[in-house]
Design a protein around this ligand. Structure first.
Ligand code: OAD
Length: 298
């Protein structure tokens, strides 16, 4: 781990980013923290309030429906409401801007859809998405943030009553029975396989990248947490962006993603609005110079 000042580390990271051929940005809850969505394992995080032993798997949720419906309503509201009202923050936008300069694949453990909303075009959601439901027969349907906002409002009203029937009605956009069988959020819970084809595509991207930016993840949940070491084993460089030190060797840019990533973007590509265009223009001129040299040689 580096002990050099942050400025040097930022310059080094920017150099690696400029030289990269294929980048994977691997993100966790920390990248969305500044959009108002709680992380899981930070102090006071989501799992502190809703212990995963009880709330992170289907049998636990069914037990909560039976024994404590008001608490289950609270759980769903805390999952749904922040994502319903969230918008991309400067970290999501910086990641989306990277792809104007270098090929980028985003592999995210988040289910909030904010990378796509920020404009990233290749996003693999390996833990699924709260903006989709899937049926038992395998079909999926998309939801909007408006659907989630309506669900959050209904949960608030249903929660107070403690009625199971009202809770299930409030959840009808996410969970229920239709002509295609039962449906539920297209989100991976504990003990379930990761979403496909996202997981297979994510692993392929990891095998092909020469630089991985790991942003806002504690790196504790397998199998996703194995991706950085897989990239490193295949020769990719790792750069971590997180207030907390990483679990693996690599260059660590300590800080919040919403501050560090825009700074990295500026350092690498001079990118205030228009800066990336300048970067592209320089690339174009460089290409012309190559072509001119080829022309002279011929
Ligand atoms: P965690 O809550 O485990 O880790 C969040 C990470 O974000 C920590 O390393 C924090 O230091 C860091 N962090 C906090 N604020 C940040 C900020 N503003 N900028 C950058 N980093 C920040 O969340 P994940 O690693 O995403 O899975 O958790 C992985 C999986 O565990 C989740 O996808 C979820 C959960 O159980 C499932 O539910 C299947």
């Amino acid at each position: 781990m580096s002990e050099r000042p942050v400025g040097d580390d930022l310059r080094e990271a920017a150099l690696r980013l400029r030289r990269a051929q294929q980048v994977v940005v691997f993100t966790g809850a920390g990248v969305s923290a500044e959009s108002g969505i709680a992380t899981f394992r930070d102090e006071g995080g989501f799992w502190d309030r809703f212990p995963p032993e009880r709330f992170a798997h289907v049998p636990g949720l069914l037990a909560a429906l039976r024994d404590e419906p008001a608490r289950l309503a609270e759980f769903f509201r805390e999952v749904v409401a922040p994502i319903a009202h969230a918008a991309p923050n400067p970290a999501h936008r910086a990641i989306a801007a990277f792809e104007q300069a270098v090929p980028v694949v985003v592999v995210t453990q988040n289910v909030d859809g904010l990378h796509q909303e920020a404009g990233s075009s290749h996003v693999h959601e390996i833990h699924g998405s709260l903006l989709a439901v899937r049926s038992a027969l395998g079909g999926t349907a998309q939801l909007t943030r408006g659907d989630l906002r309506a669900t959050a409002r209904a949960l608030e009203q249903a929660g107070a009553t403690g009625s199971r029937r009202r809770l299930l009605w409030a959840l009808r956009r996410l969970i229920g029975l239709s002509h295609r069988g039962t449906y539920r959020p297209d989100v991976v819970m504990f003990g379930e396989p990761l979403r496909e084809p996202d997981w297979a595509l994510a692993r392929r991207a990891v095998r092909e990248c020469d630089l991985m930016l790991v942003v806002g993840t504690s790196g504790l949940v397998m199998p996703a947490a194995g991706l950085p070491s897989e990239a490193r084993a295949r020769g990719a460089r790792l750069i971590f962006v997180d207030p907390a030190p990483p679990e693996e060797p690599g260059l660590w840019l300590q800080g919040k993603a919403g501050a560090v990533l825009p700074a990295l973007l500026r350092e690498a590509f001079g990118a205030e609005p228009g800066g990336l265009a300048r970067f592209e223009l320089e690339g174009l001129l460089e290409g012309d110079k190559e072509a001119d040299r080829g022309h002279v040689r011929r």
